[in-house]
Ligand binder design. Structure first.
Ligand code: F3S
Length: 423
C-alpha cells in the first residue's frame, strides 16, 4: 500500500502510540482489502460506547483500555488523544434518561456515563443515534466518510451521495484518530454504478409503501446495487430512511439509485454507467402483498407493545404520533415506545409532543432501540411496529411475535389492544 509522508509518520509514532496503532490497523485492513492507498476522511460515525455487560471487566480497568481494545484492537492500554477527524457516536445500548424503564442495571448506566465523559473529552460528538444525518452530520455529495450501521450507510451512499463502506468498531476508531480510511469499495466511482434493475408497477408513496419496497429490493438484489424506476411517488428523508433500512436488513444493500430522485443519477443511463442490469425484478401488487405477509410473524391479534422509530424518528414523525394520540389513551395492556435521537427529543419536549405522547401512556425514548439494547418491557408477547427493519429483527431477538404495518395500524392497535392490519 502506498502511504504519504504524513501517514508514514503516523505509523512510525510521530503522533503517539494510539495513532501509530490506528495507522497500523488501517494498513493491515487496507492490504487485506487490496486497497492501493488510504483516503482522507473528516467524517466518522462509529460505536465507541461501553454499555454492555461484556465490556464491564475491561471498563473496570479504565476507558482508555476500552478504546484501545474495542476500537483499536490493541492489547496494550494506549493513551488516547483527541480525535483527528470529525467523529460522532452512533446508537448505544442504554437510554441515558429512561434506563430504569428499560430494566437496565444502574451500574451499566454509570459505566456508560463514564465512557461518554471519556470519549466526549476526546472530541466524539454524542449523537447516540443510528440517524446522525438527522441531527447535524449530513455528508456532502462525494464526501469520503467512515460510517458504521447499515441503515446509516445506505442513507449516506444512496440518499446523500456521500461515500462510505460499512465500517466496524475498529476501523472507525482508527479512522477517527488518523483521518484516514482504506480507499476501496464505495469510495471508488466505478463501484457505485447499478447492476440490478427493479421496476415498480404499483404506486409507492406512503412510509409503509417505502418500507415494503425496501424489503422487497433487499430480498431480491441481496448485496448488489439496484436501479429503481416506475411508479415512485413523493420522496423525502423519512421515506428514503425507511426504504434503506429495510433494503439493508432483508439484503445487504449499501447503495442504490432512483434516477431523478437520488443525487448520483438523473437518468437510468447515469445510474448504470458502464455496467448493465445483470438481473431485473418487478415489484407489483402481488409482490407488495407477499412482502407484507412475509413481515408478519405474529398470529395472536392481542398486541402488548408498540415500537415506533426504527430508524430513529424525525421530528415530523414524533409530531405526527403526538397528534394521533392527542386526547386519547393507550389500551391498558399496551405499552408504546417512540424512539428518536436525543437532540430531536429535546425539540419534541419543547413542541409539546412528548407531553401528548406521555399523556396517552406512551414513552419517548432516545439513545438506543430494542433491537440494539435487546430490552423491551417485561412480559411482552406480541409487538407491532411500522418499521420493516424492526419487524425483521426484533421477533427473533426478543422471542416475541411481531406485526408490521402502517403507523395508523400501529396506533390503532395501541389504542384498542388488537391488531387489525392494513390489508
Ligand atoms: Fe436504528 Fe435500531 Fe432500527 S439501530 S435502524 S432503530 S434496529
Amino acid at each position: 500500500m502506498q502511504l504519504t509522508d504524513a501517514e508514514c509518520a503516523m505509523r512510525d509514532g510521530a503522533q503517539g502510540d494510539a495513532v501509530a496503532a490506528a495507522m497500523d490497523l488501517l494498513i493491515r485492513y487496507g492490504e487485506a482489502l487490496d486497497a492501493d492507498r488510504l483516503i482522507e476522511t473528516d467524517n466518522v460515525a462509529g460505536a465507541f460506547n461501553a454499555s454492555t455487560p461484556s465490556v464491564r471487566p475491561i471498563a473496570e480497568r479504565g476507558m482508555a483500555e476500552v478504546f484501545s481494545k474495542l476500537n483499536l484492537d490493541s492489547d496494550k492500554t494506549l493513551d488516547i488523544p483527541h480525535m483527528a477527524a470529525r467523529t460522532c457516536q452512533l446508537i448505544t445500548g442504554i437510554d441515558d434518561q429512561n434506563w430504569a424503564l428499560q430494566g437496565a442495571d444502574p451500574q451499566m448506566i454509570e459505566m456508560q456515563r463514564k465512557n461518554e465523559a471519556f470519549i466526549g473529552k476526546r472530541g466524539i460528538n454524542l449523537f447516540a443515534t443510528c440517524t446522525p444525518y438527522q441531527v447535524g452530520n449530513v455528508p456532502t455529495f462525494g464526501e469520503h466518510c467512515a460510517w458504521m450501521e447499515s441503515s446509516a450507510v445506505i442513507y449516506c451512499n444512496g440518499a446523500l451521495g456521500g461515500r462510505t463502506n460499512v465500517e466496524g468498531k475498529e476501523s472507525t476508531g482508527a479512522a477517527a484518530l488518523t483521518g484516514r480510511i482504506p480507499y476501496w469499495g464505495y469510495h471508488l466511482t466505478e463501484n457505485r454504478f447499478g447492476n440490478r434493475h427493479v421496476r415498480v408497477d404499483v404506486p409507492v408513496d406512503t412510509m409503509m409503501d417505502w418500507g415494503l419496497l425496501g424489503y422487497f429490493t433487499g430480498e431480491q438484489v441481496e448485496e448488489a446495487i439496484p436501479v429503481i424506476e416506475g411508479q415512485i411517488g413523493h420522496t423525502d428523508l423519512i421515506k428514503l430512511k425507511h426504504f434503506g433500512a429495510a433494503a439493508a436488513s432483508s439484503g445487504g444493500v449499501e447503495m442504490y439509485h432512483i434516477p431523478g430522485r437520488t443525487p448520483e443519477a438523473r437518468t437510468p443511463d447515469e445510474a448504470f454507467g458502464p455496467r448493465r442490469a445483470e438481473a431485473s425484478f418487478v415489484y407489483d401488487a402481488a409482490a407488495r402483498k407477499s412482502v407484507y405477509e412475509m413481515l408478519q410473524t405474529a398470529t395472536d391479534p392481542k398486541v402488548d407493545f408498540i415500537m415506533l422509530g426504527c430508524p430513529h424518528n424525525s421530528i415530523e414523525q414524533v409530531g405526527r404520533i403526538a397528534h394521533m394520540l392527542d386526547g386519547k389513551r393507550l389500551h391498558p395492556d399496551v405499552q408504546m415506545w417512540v424512539h428518536t435521537p436525543r437532540a430531536i427529543r429535546d425539540v419534541a419536549v419543547r413542541s409539546g409532543y412528548v407531553t401528548l405522547i406521555e399523556a396517552a401512556g406512551g414513552q419517548v425514548m432516545s439513545d438506543t432501540c430494542p433491537a440494539i439494547s435487546r430490552r423491551i418491557p417485561e412480559g411482552v408477547r406480541v409487538i407491532a411496529t411500522d418499521s420493516a427493519k424492526q419487524a425483521h429483527y426484533l421477533p427473533a431477538i426478543a422471542k416475541v411475535q411481531g406485526w408490521f404495518g402502517s403507523l395508523e395500524a400501529c396506533i390503532k392497535a395501541g389504542l384498542t389492544g388488537t391488531w387489525k392490519g392494513d390489508f
